[in-house]
Design a binder for this molecule. Structure first.
Ligand SMILES: *Cc1c(COP(=O)(O)O)cnc(C)c1O
Length: 483
């Protein structure tokens, strides 16, 4: 087997193999372990030297499926509560395959009116879904991190203009450090975006009232007053990744108006609070922001990679990312958009397709129902933890994240961090349910996030069952050794 041209007549044969494997894989997702370490040995079968003679498409895909469907972390199943990870709705999954089938060059109108037109449509739908003004500009990105890069690149374009500089053309030389202020709820991806943009991740200053990270509005206002009118960037956060806590975005927007700032909001998953009347108040004020980040691969349940950046003044993205000035890139005219000049990517995949399909398939109501089911499941888990003598809730349940730790009687307080860390390792080794540990308010905690469309109450009940199955032996070890 050699040249791919020899497979031109059966180009869909490898795809048929994927389709045949997909049914049993998806049907079995609810029953299998999230990750089965006993099959990690299969990974070695991926190795070996670069083949001189290829084995052909069908054979290579059979091999991939044989290893992949077993050795993968089945994070699109219902019990992956580690990090904030969504699944893929049936429509989103199929549309993602379609994006590969059609393989659109999605940066330019001329190379794919289909992808560009659909991107404009889904951005309009998403603004509607989140209650953002239709006049906002926007672009689809691979992730929230890259949406931060997009929004903060616009912010610094605005900031540099205030200093009389054209940063897109001339860079940062000669400019003072850019003041970026947030609360302690800020996600590390915001620092990463500043790092990528050349501002340095440690230049971000946080103002917190206490160890929850909650915004100290007065201290922030003091710092703004100290700037004496120099422009600054404010970062507001909706949905912190341990507690689901959010900043008062309206109050930040008031400061922006008073002091002349740019307000960037990180609502990677928290922006979906806008979908339910029960939580929409958490997003109050986001419509007043200058730039807004959210993720598709979390609470929208489209496959990786999917993020969104919205920018109030639609002129900024092209100022931050455009201006290539090369003759082979035609400029789109009249209502046609070239998305490759509106964000950090140039060549890019048609990631509008799965977003379009899931919104067409389930609509505003279907996505609201999913968000509310997750709120209910998180509330149920929070109640069970509060009632349990051996578990301790570490933050009020505000969204779809539940922060708690294992605290069985008999284990001294100063061994609880060690116990929870060991229990976290044991949980991942067991593999039936995944939830990560982290440190929140100085204590080792679990922080399962419920954002997958498949997850039910039974799945979070199983998390507690497994923790209680694994916990006592570890507790006995630590309780006993402390004497
Ligand atoms: C997940 C997350 C991010 C980063 O998202 P990526 O898509 O992984 O880049 C940023 N902010 C918050 C609040 C998040 O939950």
């Amino acid at each position: 087997m050699g040249d791919p041209l020899s497979e031109i007549a059966g180009a869909a044969t490898p795809l048929e193999l994927v389709l045949r494997a997909a049914g049993p894989y998806l049907d079995g997702l609810g029953d299998r372990k999230v990750h089965d370490r006993s099959v990690d040995g299969l990974l070695a079968e991926l190795d070996g030297p670069l083949p001189d003679e290829g084995e052909g498409g069908p054979e290579s895909i059979e091999r991939l499926l044989g290893i992949g469907t077993r050795a993968a972390t089945h994070s699109s199943g219902p019990r992956f509560f580690h990090l904030v990870v969504g699944g893929a709705t049936p429509a989103a999954m199929a549309a993602d395959w379609t994006a590969s089938l059609l393989d659109q060059v999605s940066g330019l109108w001329v190379s794919s009116p289909l992808a560009a037109h659909m991107e404009t449509t889904v951005l309009r739908w998403l603004k509607d879904l989140f209650g953002l003004p239709a006049s906002f500009g926007g672009v689809l990105t691979p992730s929230a991190t890259l949406a931060h890069v997009t929004g903060l690149a616009c912010a610094r374009t605005w900031w540099a203009e205030r200093h009389g500089a054209d940063v897109a053309s001339q860079g940062l030389a000669g400019l003072p450090p850019m003041p970026v202020f947030s609360s302690g709820l800020v996600h590390p991806s915001t620092r990463k975006a500043l790092q990528i943009l050349g501002h340095g991740r440690d230049t971000l200053r946080t103002f917190s009232r206490d160890d929850t990270g909650a915004l100290d509005l007065a201290a922030l206002e003091g710092a703004l007053a100290d700037l004496d009118g120099a422009p600054a960037i404010l970062v507001g956060n909706v949905g912190e990744v341990h507690s689901g806590d959010s900043d008062p975005i309206g109050a930040l927007a008031d400061l922006r108006d008073r002091y002349g700032c740019w307000l960037h909001v990180d609502g990677a998953f928290g922006l979906f609070a806008a979908l339910s009347p029960r939580t929409a108040h958490l997003t109050d004020g986001v419509a007043r922001a200058d730039s807004v980040t959210a993720d598709g691969h979390k609470w929208l349940n489209v496959p990786y990679e999917s993020g969104f950046s919205f920018v109030r003044d639609a002129a900024f993205p092209s100022r931050a990312f455009g201006g290539w000035g090369v003759s082979y890139l035609p400029e789109a005219a009249g209502g046609q958009v070239d998305y490759n000049v509106l964000g950090p990517e140039s060549s890019r995949r048609a990631r509008a397709l799965p977003i379009w399909a899931t919104l067409r398939a389930y609509g505003r109501e279907g996505h609201r129902a999913m968000v509310e089911r997750h709120l209910d499941i998180a509330a149920h888990l929070g109640r069970r933890i509060e009632e349990a003598p051996d578990l301790e809730l570490r933050a009020p349940v505000r969204l779809s994240i539940v922060c708690f730790r294992y605290r069985p009687p008999g284990v001294p307080d100063d061994r609880l961090d060690e116990l929870n860390a060991l229990l976290g390792e044991a949980l991942l080794a067991d593999g039936r349910v995944y939830a990560g540990t982290s440190t929140y308010r100085g204590r080792k905690v679990f922080r399962p996030a419920i954002v997958n469309w498949r997850t039910t109450t039974d799945d979070v009940d199983l998390l507690l069952d497994v923790l209680r199955e694994l916990g006592p032996a570890l507790a006995a070890r630590l309780g006993g050794s402390s004497g």
